[in-house]
Write a protein that binds this ligand. Sequence first.
Ligand SMILES: Cc1cc2nc3c(=O)[nH]c(=O)nc-3n(C[C@H](O)[C@H](O)[C@H](O)COP(=O)(O)OP(=O)(O)OC[C@H]3O[C@@H](n4cnc5c(N)ncnc54)[C@H](O)[C@@H]3O)c2cc1C
Length: 402
Amino acid sequence: MDADVVVIGAGALGLSTALHAALAGRSVTIIERDTAGSQASGRAAGLFKSVQADQLRTVLARRSIDRARSFEAWAGVPLTVAGSGSFLIARTSAHKQYLQQEQRQSQAWGVDVQDAAGPVLSYYHGDASELALWCPEDIYIEEPADLVRAYAAAARRHGAQLLEHEAAIGITLSGGRVTGVETANQTITTPVVVDAAGAWVRQVADLAGGRVAVAPVRHQLLITERSAGVNGADPIVRVVDAAVYLRPARGGLMVGGFEAAPLAVDPRAEHPSFRTEDLELDLGVLRKLTAPVAAEAPLAADAPVAEHRGGLFTMSPDGRFIAGPLPDVPGLWVASGCNGSGFSSSLGIGEALAGWICAIPGRLDISALSPGRFGPLTDEALIDAGMWQYAHYYDPGPDGSA
Ligand SMILES: Cc1cc2nc3c(=O)[nH]c(=O)nc-3n(C[C@H](O)[C@H](O)[C@H](O)COP(=O)(O)OP(=O)(O)OC[C@H]3O[C@@H](n4cnc5c(N)ncnc54)[C@H](O)[C@@H]3O)c2cc1C
């Protein structure tokens, strides 16, 4: 078998890159060790956020919102999105200042971010002491599997082949260049391999002697039982000082958050069969995170839990995506460094990365996200930086470095 492009990993980032390469007329094969969307992508909260810490991420996030809304028109497969908008809320003076600064810079980059009163919603009771910003562009996808299914169906429709239960176990090289991918069943000859293996991105790069600077870090959310106290039409709420997000889900409330001392997990140190379902979850983390919003969102703190799920983010040292060619292994490309936004930004990242691979004129320049931007890093330094980025997801610190 041969292909112009082989994508390893059928999560949101791999599927989007594959779909866009197929739309560009390339023959594409996606190989997935388990099933499409079975790892991080199938567990995402599904939130899209137009306010981002830098201009490139803003462009990617807004492009992704547009492309999710218009998915059927360009990909030929229906996709339902909730055009809910969102509130960004701050209750401490430091976080208020921070949000005001984010508002100014996001507005300068074209984002619609409006001053608002502390919102009074079915599930969140704000007040006048809060700083609230209304972000009407923001959306969510109720079930993350819907985007995965839409990507897979659209990729197939445009000629891509998706092979599930087919793990990459080798990457072949000739004269240092990529020539193919080996699975237990076959060798696929190709000049271009995209490593989109999520939390396993380093193991896959290592098959060709490449290095990718990511630290996998656990993230969790819960969905409460259905409740008359949640209006499904209400918007998303992000309380930045508490580092929590809330949205209606399945008739109840979804609650997720970012703890200050997260759990880093290295799949390389685990059993080779390690999967997301083996990740230990800790409801206590979410209970601690929601305590500071118990007055405003009582359901978040104490409603019975219908689902508690979690998975691994791929954190990078600077909090930005990692997307581009690996400098030391010609033909090997990376789509990773999700930093918690890989589901929502996958539409824009996949489009830009496939555009780069296929040399499409006028594509968005994402060379700032090249994997080669990091010098050599010890695992310890990588984990420290990744955990710092995670803990500052809504609040990138005084120098705005995230
Ligand atoms: C609880 C939770 C909530 C989240 N909420 C949001 C959100 O609201 N918005 C947002 O934008 N992001 C969110 N994220 C982050 C988002 O899920 C990730 O950024 C995104 O899913 C990453 O996609 P991926 O394709 O890199 O990884 P994955 O979805 O993990 O896909 C990688 C795939 O590679 C496969 N693979 C690994 N090794 C091999 C191999 N050797 N051969 C073949 N295949 C292999 C895996 O089986 C896997 O299917 C959330 C994450 C979690 C865990």
